[in-house]
Design a protein around this ligand. Sequence first.
Ligand SMILES: Cc1ncc(COP(=O)(O)O)c(C=O)c1O
Length: 492
Amino acid sequence: MSEYTQNDTPVATALAAQRENRLVHFDVPGHKGGRGNKLLREYLGEEELKLDMNSMKPLDNLCHPVSVIKEAQRLTAEAFGAAEAFFIVNGTTAAVQTMIMATCKRGDKVIMPRNVHRSAINALVVCGALPVYINPGINQALGIPLGMSVKDVEQAIIDNPDAKAVMVNNPTYYGICSDLRSIVRIAHEHGMKVLVDEAHGTHFYFGENMPPSAMAAGADMAAVSMHKTGGSLTQSSVLLAADTINADYVRQIINLTQTTSGSYLLMASLDIARKNLYLNGKEMFAKTVEFSDYARKEINAIGGYYAFGEELVDGDAVFAFDRTKLSVHTREIGLAGIEVYDLLRDEYDIQIEFGDIGNILAIVSSGDRNLEIERLISALSEIKRLHEKSPAGLFDHEYINPQIVMGPQEAFYGYKHSLPMEKSAGRICGEFVMCYPPGIPILAPGELITEEILGYIAYAKKKGCFMTGTQDMKIENINVVEMPTYSVVRND
Ligand SMILES: Cc1ncc(COP(=O)(O)O)c(C=O)c1O
């Protein structure tokens, strides 16, 4: 039996001990505790740089954990109610990709909502699995994609009895949750695994009165962005697995793509964040909800804006709402979300998480203070006073149902050529186009390019959304899949 408890931080403690000892380093990193890079030492601080070490016996090895990393992962699994936990240092992107690649092989089907993060579709490009998309519900007034209706998931499962897994966002970026427990029950009845993207749901495991977490709902795996709302350093993440999953196989899949030089700064931050969540999570997230609820009430009192909340819950495509999320609909004051996002940063020195066509999202946490919440509310009030106009002519939706023509891998690796975006309607897309954040593809490889989608992309560009995904850095041209009658030039 291990002597470590939730009060311990095996990796962080072992790392700090190495900083204090007099070991002479003839290993990487070559900055040797900062002595080899004075500029970086001045920038980051000497004590911090001394913590940047590579794997060695007393610090274990992320690819094959047998001591302190193994113990830290065990404590993490226990804290999250999972059978196994894996530290991930390549972002939640890697955790999402591992879930898909550990359950699907080339040609296998995975049922998923189309408003998944790009990392899920990237995994399909890499491993050759095929998506069965479920169109999320749409809230017409807000224009946002919601969760999946259980009826739609059940129908997709019945229509695709050979699918290997069902993937669920818990919650979406906007804070919307599907009925995860029912989806798990139905999927398991049909022998399918349930994979949950919980990039935005770390707090579900530690706060009170939260929507159910993936592990509590009986899901098989969950990708949890500790770095988003769990308090660890950016890029650190955790993959959770239930006892229905072969953990040793999952480790092999992680090692297909994860670095062999896992950052101990990231791992120590995961270790300390887990302890902090375990000890203080309840109070932290109660405070977060209190801040968000207060801000929602005050923003709604300004008029014009709609800071949405639990009233959206309909027992179906909005089964639950994550009250920590502060999402605000801006279209009724005549501004796109991205315009409010830009104004907040440029005129009020307030950086929020994202602004899209009709909404903004502010991430609130226990690290905020009353004065910051008040500053956001008053900035929104002033923006309305100074910039409000008629909403006529503003786009009213964030999501267009795609038409799938071929698998993502076949399209991405197929023969392609580049076309000016405006001349590409009717062709099959060979790459991604998305606004980032939220990183949900507007077009993914294998989907039909339509005039409606092109209109949406042009509008998002005009409004100032940060666009990404295409080979063309200017997002003016798009790679389309060569049909057999065209001359064939590989575009890579
Ligand atoms: C829903 C969702 N899944 C996965 C990810 C990927 O996380 P990361 O940026 O840590 O790779 C994100 C990132 O924003 C996300 O929003």
